[in-house]
Design a protein around this ligand. Structure first.
Ligand code: AMP
Length: 449
């Protein structure tokens, strides 16, 4: 920091060196990424966005700041206490969005009424949660997600699971595990015990956090003994295949025909996964997700490098009703920042050739000519970087080598008046001249494709 910036900090009434350091560091849980670090993030976002598009999902955007009242409708106990909330200058209670699905449901319900169903949308948005920072857990992070509205069909559940798996494969992640559960089964059992919605949300929030003791203690106070036993049995299906849990489930769900119906849907998913991800999936019917809007299948993706989920999603058939439209829906989001930690992710995109542009004898004509040359070349998948630093040609060539440029284009007075350019290949130092007209066609060939 220079003397001027120090003075500024002091003028704001900050006294000690440690105050100064704190005031210029990013906040805890917030990160800065250099171009080198961001490259992996960009690759993940671009690859997965392209995949979503191939399956017919179109990207949308929703506000970063939302009314607290909107998000509180369905966010769930777990996240409710970890939101960045504040009063804006208009005295409104607002939050930095902690997740995207609620806002997207509002958008689809209100603004996409005339679109034929199903409606497929995707998004890349930053989320904010006051989580305890640790590896893979930040206070600002990026979700890349997609949502499928209008269909109750099992085909839509399977499509979402399929795309989630494909998204991982698309960025090179082959080792992963999918954990599946079903919130409808849990809620249908709780309904039977006449446990009201709010209480159900609290109980399922406990299961999501893994607070099973607390869950059973509270359920024992609220529910009949039989329900408590049903849940104890459900917990036994942890890490099971359907085959292994079938007997348990059929026995315990015999008294809950509506829950059994849900179970038949799960079987169709297992049939699909046996083909798509054999040995990489398991069921846990005692598993719940913290967000309150889930009403059916739920699932999470894990990779061996991390012991926290890299993505999660599920079916939420009643969320849109809050916005006046009865649309069933299913969706999923991946955490881009967690995927960045995976050593399996390999950047495979072909980079464009890097070429430096050096203007010698700078004057208004040579400068204009250099930009004309760049205009010509930018269509040929070449990234062109003008050397704007002062110095001799030799120091400019040295800089081009340090930047790993493949070639440099030299533009001086002679080139400008004769409408030519000189291209110097840096790997062997060979230099050739091309006319302005033949530039586009010949430069790539000369540099080497
Ligand atoms: P959720 O909305 O909680 O299901 O989160 C979906 C995905 O977002 C998770 O599987 C993570 O990959 C990612 N995620 C959630 N919370 C955080 C966080 N605090 N830091 C980084 N990524 C997160």
């Amino acid at each position: 920091m220079d003397a001027f910036s120090y003075a500024n900090v002091y003028n704001r009434g900050i006294e000690t060196m440690s105050d100064i350091k704190k005031s210029i560091e990013p906040l805890r849980g917030f990160r800065e990424l250099t171009p080198g670090e961001y490259e992996k993030k960009k690759f993940i976002i671009e690859s997965i966005s392209e995949l979503f598009e191939k399956y017919g999902y179109r990207e949308v955007e929703t506000p970063t700041v939302e009314p607290l009242s909107l998000i509180e409708l369905k966010i769930g106990e777990e996240i409710r206490h970890r939101m960045f909330r504040f009063k804006d200058l208009g005295d409104r209670e607002v939050v930095l969005r902690p997740e995207g699905t609620i806002s997207i449901a509002r958008l689809v319900a209100n603004k996409m009424r005339n679109e034929p169903l199903p409606i497929r949308v995707s998004y890349v948005e930053n989320m904010f949660r006051y989580d305890e920072p640790q590896k893979g857990r930040y206070r600002e992070f990026t979700h890349i997600g997609f949502e499928h509205f209008g269909s109750k069909s099992i085909v839509s559940d399977i499509e979402v699971i399929n795309i989630a798996i494909e998204a991982l494969k698309n960025i090179g992640v082959k080792e992963f595990r999918i954990k599946l559960g079903n919130e409808a089964i849990l809620r249908k059992i709780l309904n039977r015990a006449n446990i009201e919605q709010k209480e159900q949300d609290l109980l399922l929030g406990m299961l999501d956090r893994g607070d099973n003791e607390e869950f059973f203690e509270r359920l024992s106070k609220k529910g009949e003994k039989i329900i408590v036993n049903v849940f104890r049995e459900l917990m036994k299906t942890k890490e099971s295949s359907i085959g292994e849990s079938e007997q348990i489930l059929r026995k315990i769900l015999a008294d809950f025909p509506d829950a059994l119906e849900e179970y038949e849907r799960v079987k169709a998913i297992e049939n699909f996964l046996e083909w798509k991800a054999k040995g990489k999936y398991y069921f846990d019917f005692g598993f719940a997700r913290g967000l309150e809007y889930y009403t059916g299948i739920i699932f999470e993706l894990y990779i061996p490098e991390l012991n926290i989920a890299v993505g999660g999603g599920g079916r939420y058939d009643s969320l849109c009703k809050l916005f006046g439209r009865d649309l069933p829906a299913v969706g999923f989001a991946l955490g881009v920042d967690r995927l960045m930690l995976s050593s399996q992710v390999k950047i495979t995109k072909q980079r464009s050739k890097k070429v430096g542009v050096i203007i010698l004898e700078e004057d208004e004509e040579t400068i204009k000519y250099a930009f004309q040359v760049i205009d010509q070349l930018k269509e040929a998948n070449i990234s062109l970087e003008i050397d704007t630093m002062e110095g001799a040609l030799s120091s400019k060539i040295e800089r081009a080598l340090r930047k790993n440029e493949e070639a440099i284009i030299i533009i001086g007075k002679k080139e400008q008046t004769e409408k030519q350019v000189s291209v110097k290949r840096l790997k062997d130092g060979i230099q050739k001249s091309f006319s302005y007209e033949e530039l586009k066609e010949k430069t790539l060939d000369f540099i080497g494709q």
